[in-house]
Ligand binder design. Structure first.
Ligand SMILES: NC(=O)c1ccc[n+]([C@@H]2O[C@H](COP(=O)([O-])OP(=O)(O)OC[C@H]3O[C@@H](n4cnc5c(N)ncnc54)[C@H](O)[C@@H]3O)[C@@H](O)[C@H]2O)c1
Length: 447
């Protein structure tokens, strides 16, 4: 099929490459000429495992091209996917100006029936406004449908998630739109399909992310109780997660949820529910618990180091999770400025996300970016782990300990067993387990 994709960010690029990989002809449009130039050259603009290879292969096969010119994509496509950003507004609602902009752009370009598909995550009833905008601005041709086909990919495993989805949700209010989307996906996927109305499909996506956020805040609340009782939250999570009614995913206690989706989708759903007179107290708690995670971690850093001024702290990880360079909504955006503001000297390392953080917090005499976890540990009074990168799990602890001034690790991701780290000679603070702080004699300070 001939497909157009507006927006080649995290969701749009994976969608474009994934659809091309399924054998479709894809014209992807981004208004940023640098992004289009890089992608046309086969250079991925984001870090995502497996993406580079598929990008090169599909460019080479002539199934995928990138352009800044919307009219090219409109002429070359029967189905148009909207994958532009829907970031949060200051009041928590979804900012839909990118969606409106694309609607205004494509309206006068309609040249025969087009199916316009929301893949961006949008509040329920956004399709109504897209339809209304296009109808108002279309010059002659008004034959189109607006459908919803929310994207459930997870950054870090986005390519796999796109190519092996656990379900496909199709929201369509006309038979024509429904059949087109079924024709697009059914030959490639044997996962369950949920075929429903446009508004229901829009709501499914927001509710899915809100539920995931709720699960995380729930286990983090339990985690605080576990800490009080001297119980390991991971064992509690395992014990409840084996019940299929609960499920084991999204029960990792730690620094909470971040990224560009869960926080904004939760707050957008809260706002929409409030507009409809729904009592959203429970969801407000989910937000509040999540925001408090960072304070809890910082309190642990302070408990471990007492005075922060002039303490050297190695920060391991700034991406909101492993296997991505995305720092949107990441705990690092709160932790780094607060430690810096408290007078600590920061040495920051992330395998993929440091460049984005550097753009926000350029190096200065108390903030530096280094090339490895070991460099972050050099002369540090403590290491603070903010992202669950696999490479942090396999650190050479002897080497880390010998590099540090005081062997203290504050782990916001619960990567290690407290007893193991204690045996390795570290003072270890994590979330939802007992801290491994028992020492027979005061720690000797080196340097
Ligand atoms: N990031 C994810 O993991 C993920 C997963 C599922 C769904 N989503 C949803 O997908 C949507 C996009 O998210 P993202 O993370 O890819 O955003 P993003 O900010 O990374 O990408 C948006 C892209 O759209 C481009 N753009 C903006 N206006 C445009 C226009 N008028 N014409 C052409 N291009 C335009 C921007 O230049 C940018 O490259 C959001 O609604 C998000 O909630 C994201």
């Amino acid at each position: 099929m001939r497909l157009g994709v507006f927006g080649t960010g995290y969701a749009g690029l994976v969608t474009s490459v994934g659809l091309a990989q399924l054998g479709h002809t894809v014209t992807a449009i981004d208004k940023d000429p640098d992004i289009v130039a890089r992608l046309s050259d086969g250079r991925p603009t984001i870090y995502e495992p497996g993406l580079g290879e598929l990008l090169t292969a599909n460019l080479g096969a002539g199934r995928l091209r990138f352009t800044t010119r919307a009219e090219e994509a409109m002429a070359a496509s029967d189905i148009i996917f909207l994958c532009v950003g829907t970031p949060p507004r200051a009041d928590g609602r979804a900012e839909l100006s990118q969606v409106e902009e694309v609607s205004c752009t494509i309206a006068p370009m309609l040249d025969g029936y087009k199916l316009i598909v929301e893949k961006s995550t949008v509040p329920a009833r956004t399709a109504f406004w897209i339809d209304w905008t296009i109808r108002r601005l279309a010059l002659g041709e008004r034959e189109f449908d607006v459908a919803s086909n929310p994207e459930f990919l997870r950054e870090g495993s986005a390519v796999r998630d796109f190519l092996q989805p656990d379900r496909i949700v199709i929201g369509a209010d006309t038979e024509r739109a429904r059949s087109l989307l079924l024709d697009l996906y059914e030959p490639s996927f044997d996962c369950p399909f949920v075929v429903t109305s446009v508004t229901t499909a829009e709501l499914i996506k927001h509710v899915a992310n809100t539920f995931l956020a709720t699960k995380i805040s729930f286990i983090n609340l339990v985690s605080d109780l576990c800490e009080g009782l001297g119980v390991d939250v991971a064992t509690v999570a395992k014990g409840i997660g084996l019940d299929p009614r609960i499920g084991s995913h999204f029960l990792q206690a730690g620094l909470g949820f971040g990224g560009s989706c869960l926080p904004k989708d939760l707050s957008a759903l809260i706002k929409q529910a409030e507009d409809h007179g729904v009592d959203v107290g429970m969801l407000r708690e989910v937000e509040r618990i999540n925001k408090a995670r960072m304070d809890r971690l910082l309190a642990k850093v302070e408990r471990a180091l007492w005075v922060l001024r002039n303490k050297v702290i190695g920060v391991l990880g700034v991406a909101f999770k492993r296997d991505t360079d995305d720092i949107r909504g990441a705990p690092s955006l709160g932790v780094v400025p607060r430690l810096h503001g408290a007078g600590a000297i920061l040495r920051i390392y992330d395998p993929a996300g440091a460049r984005s953080l550097k753009a926000l917090y350029p190096p200065d005499d108390r903030l530096g970016y280094v090339d490895s976890a070991y460099e972050a540990a050099r002369n540090a009074h403590a290491l603070v782990i903010l992202t669950d990168w696999d490479e942090f799990r396999s650190l050479d602890f002897d080497r880390v300990r010998s590099l540090m001034r005081t062997p203290i690790i504050v782990d916001g991701r619960n990567l290690f067993e407290p007893a193991q780290l204690q045996t390795e000679g570290f003072e270890y603070y994590s979330l939802g387990r007992g801290d491994a702080t028992l020492r027979r004699e005061p720690q000797r300070v080196r340097g």
